[in-house]
Design a protein around this ligand. Sequence first.
Ligand code: URA
Length: 178
Amino acid sequence: EAKTCTRCRLHEGRTNSVFARGSETASLVFVGEGPGFHEDQQGLPFVGNAGQLLDRMITAMGFDPAEVYICNVVKCRPPDNRTPNPDEAAECLPYLRAQLEVVAPEVIVALGRCAAENLGVAEPGRRWRGEWGTWEGIRVMPTYHPAYLLRNPENKRVVWQDLQAVVKAMGRELPARS
Ligand code: URA
C-alpha cells in the first residue's frame, strides 16, 4: 500500500517509497524523519552517511543492524530533504502506526524532533532529548538525529548516554569496546 500511496504530495517526487529495513520481530525500533536522496534511490531507509553513523551506533549498543527495525515518519522523500510538513506526516502516520503494531518492540528510539513529535514524546518549547516517553504503552527514547550529529559531533556524547539508557532499560549489557 505504501509503495503505491498517493495520499500526500510527496509521492510526486519519489523514485521509491521507503518502508523499512531490519527485522519484523525486532525488540528495538529506530524511527527517523524521512528518506533522503540515497534512500529514495535504493528504496531502503538510512543507507547514506547518516545511516552509516546509525549502524555504528546500533553496533556499539550491542545489536546487529539486521536484528533491529529501522523506518521513518514519512515514506517518500521530501523535496530538498526538508522536514515533512505536519499534513504529510499525518497522512503517512497510519503506516508507521501499523509498522509499530506489527513489530511491537520493547523500546522505540525516536531519531530527531520530527520523529519525537509524531510519536507524541516532544512538546514544543520543552526539552525532549533524553526524556523517556511512551507510545501506546511502548517506551520511547527521543534523541538527536544522526544527520544532526554529523553536523554537530560535539553532541555525540549525550546521544550515547541516551542509547546506553536504552540498552540498560532492555536489560542488556554493552559489548566490550574494540
Ligand atoms: N534521514 C532520515 O530521517 N531517514 C532516512 O532514512 C535517511 C536519513
